[in-house]
Ligand binder design. Sequence first.
Ligand SMILES: *Cc1c(COP(=O)(O)O)cnc(C)c1O
Length: 378
Amino acid sequence: MVDLKGQYQSIKEQINTSISQVLDTSTFINGPEVHAFQKELEDYLDVKHVIPCANGTDALQIAMMGLGLKPGDEVITADFTFAATVEVIALLQLTPVLVDVEPDTFNIDPKAIENAITNKTKAIVPVHLFGQCANMDAIMEVARKHDIFVIEDNAQAIGADCAFNGKKQKAGSIGHISATSFFPSKNLGAYGDGGAIFTNDDDLAHIIRGVVNHGMYRRYYHDVVGVNSRLDSIQAAVLRAKLPRLDEYNGKRRLAALKYSQALKGQEDIVVPILSDCCLARDSDCSCHVFHQYTLRILNGKRDALAEHLNEKEIPCGVYYPIPLHSQKAYKDERYNEENFPVTNQLVKEVISLPMHTELDDEQISYITDTIIGFVKG
Ligand SMILES: *Cc1c(COP(=O)(O)O)cnc(C)c1O
């Protein structure tokens, strides 16, 4: 699904030099690389504060701790996402409230959010799923109206542009706080685990810097219950080498997506993901997908047979995600009603993701799309 080796080969010299510099200085934790990466990412995203941490799941948890959410507070998030989002809500003894998504973007449905709000609702966690921005204009409006926090889960969309307020802004720079992941296969991937929290709020940033460091604001004075969550210097060195290439990498993903869609568009039983024309014209103000995943919908019950066919042809594919979160054993809740999740319940039967990374060539793309077309025509 992802060719990490090919990408490494293309930047090997720089990466190796960066890593050996960390080895030479032997400042493995909180070294200058971590600080420099933090500043560079703040500039890239145009946010005031980036706080690096150990992984994306921690980043979400720390964001919720920093906002001071308390057991019993309700947090609304999407039913169709990776489990990390709902997991940390439950771990903190907050009450997850899962809501349905939109069929075209796969992202949380602002109308469903509005319907789920109660007087206990304290936060909304939109996930920019597969690299596509959620509808931030509508979500921020609901949040403002009800005075609740917005925590962006930006693990799959770093570098994406979101249309917001008639302009474009980087995904993760719009809500009160955001979380991202540098897991190796993410769009900005380290060579191990990593994550970060972003915010424009000075007070919140200060709180979070203590939370990630055992609740310390002064050495050995523990003012709040914190965690230990750090990005190590070797990962920061890798990320510093890759950050200047992030736009180029996302561009390569977008181009591969365009080629997939040009070949597959109009085929019966296939719905290709949205790739707006305004996104290809670089100066416009529209949401611009960065294709963490390239995900098709395969209609009329043919998805599983297609997956099997692709496996036979040794083409990797994945189903993200096969089970709605509200149906997972860990997150079932009698408050949920199947008729509130028509879109997620349908998507889990239809979605299939194709190989997506920075090293896909035309030959691979044609082989994959020819195989799929052969199957649906077959
Ligand atoms: C990857 C991911 C996470 C978690 O990131 P880790 O670094 O693996 O902990 C959270 N949310 C979403 C949507 C993700 O895709």
